[in-house]
Design a protein around this ligand. Structure first.
Ligand SMILES: *Cc1c(COP(=O)(O)O)cnc(C)c1O
Length: 386
């Protein structure tokens, strides 16, 4: 499994042409495993919406979406209408929900493609009425119960919106949802408060609306921690990719997960520097003795942040530090001995007995694991392994 070109020929599903020795491996079986683990915790009649926004958290939207559906997901969620359309063009026909607000003027495109939009403003709904829709537009009503991002907040707003909805032939309400701000934290007080606000709004809603709707409130954190109390559907994001939403949820370990994402490259150059010689721009690294230095063809132009100077990579299962400034397309590592050109370098994932987790990279960059696969851009090919 050392040759990306071999992988492309034998095991990959969707890979555009590439000629570089730096690649991301996506283990689709891990996606399936994580969905299966989640399903086992949920009540029998519960559904899973696989969240594949931002190119499936950097994993590749179409292959992940297809694998998720094959593994039992009943629908998909994205952030943007263009992401939803990309899925439809890939012949994916399950329900797709956009999570972010789409300007009303694009409602005809959403309706035509059977894409469900979120809504929560009366003005938005009224503007939809101006447009000629080929089919009824499917909508999910969003409550802001404390995230403070999008959604209606009060019973008055809810009643106003429902007035615009009742008897409106252009739209069809198929879902109601909210989003938690602190479901992954140790202190769950605000989580419970959001739950209460949601239940209050839901009660008012149910008094006025008796048609069946999907109710979904659980992101990964809420669904893993409270699988029996997240209504009849969850929005499964980060943990479908095998990552825990936070250190707290990881420590609680209420679910087994397998990361799907790993990042690899190869040594393109190996040399011995003498004591006092320098590496990379600005000469921030000076060899302290005679040292073996390897060059790896990945840099901040690929999204491998310059701030990762000092982080380690794996060569034959051993950690080697990144020395000197990370360049746009290349970086250098200090090695314990000479290695052959072409030796595999693992920047994220297992190699030998060691494993560099995405969480470790995130900690080093003082960010969250979500950001790491998202920041590695399309210049790095994704290779799919089943
Ligand atoms: C991104 C997102 C999710 C998924 O959250 P995870 O923590 O990745 O599971 C769910 N719902 C909404 C509204 C989102 O924006």
């Amino acid at each position: 499994m050392s040759q990306p070109l071999d992988l492309r020929r034998e095991q990959s599903i969707v890979v555009d042409e590439f000629y570089r020795d730096t690649w991301i491996e996506i283990n689709l079986e891990a996606i399936k495993y994580n969905i299966t683990q989640m399903k086992e915790k949920l009540p029998q009649d519960s559904n899973i919406i696989a969240v594949v926004k931002a190119n499936a958290y950097g994993h590749g939207i179409v292959p992940v979406a297809k694998k998720a559906i094959e593994s039992g997901a009943n629908g998909l969620a994205v952030a943007l209408l263009e992401e939803a359309i990309k899925l439809r063009r890939a012949a994916i026909d399950v329900p797709i929900l956009v999570l972010g607000l789409v300007p009303p003027r694009y409602a005809p495109i959403a309706a035509e493609n059977n894409i469900t939009l979120p809504f929560f403003q009366r003005e938005w709904l009224d503007e939809i009425n101006q447009y000629d829709l080929k089919k009824p537009l499917h909508l999910h009503l969003k409550f802001d119960t404390g995230m403070g991002r999008i959604g209606l907040r009060t019973e008055e707003e809810l009643e106003d919106v429902l007035q615009g909805l009742i008897g409106n032939p252009k739209v069809q309400l198929t879902g109601v949802f909210t989003h938690f701000a602190t479901a992954d934290e140790t202190d769950l007080n605000f989580f419970y408060e959001q739950n209460e606000r949601f239940n209050r709004l839901l009660m008012v809603f149910k008094e006025k609306w008796d048609l069946p709707v999907t109710i979904h409130i659980g992101n990964s954190a809420a669904s893993i921690r409270f699988p029996k109390s997240v209504h009849n559907c969850i929005r499964f994001g980060i943990s479908m990719y095998g990552l825990y939403p936070s250190a707290t949820v990881k420590e609680e370990h209420q679910i087994n997960l397998r990361p799907a994402f790993s990042l690899h490259s190869k040594l393109v150059h190996v040399k011995k520097l003498s004591k006092g010689e320098s590496v990379s721009y600005g000469r921030t690294y000076i060899a302290e003795a005679d040292e073996w230095i390897g060059t790896v063809p990945i840099g901040y132009g690929d999204g491998w942040s310059r701030k990762l100077q000092g982080m380690s990579v794996l060569v034959e299962g051993n950690r080697m530090p990144i020395v000197g400034r990370i360049c746009m397309d290349q970086l250098m590592i200090r090695m314990d001995r000479e290695y052959k050109i072409g030796t595999k370098v693992t920047l994220i994932g297992k190699q030998g007995n060691d494993n560099i987790e995405i969480d470790e990279i995130a900690d080093y960059l003082e960010t969250i694991n979500y950001e790491i696969p998202c920041m590695l851009n399309e210049r790095i090919p994704r290779v799919y392994v089943n």
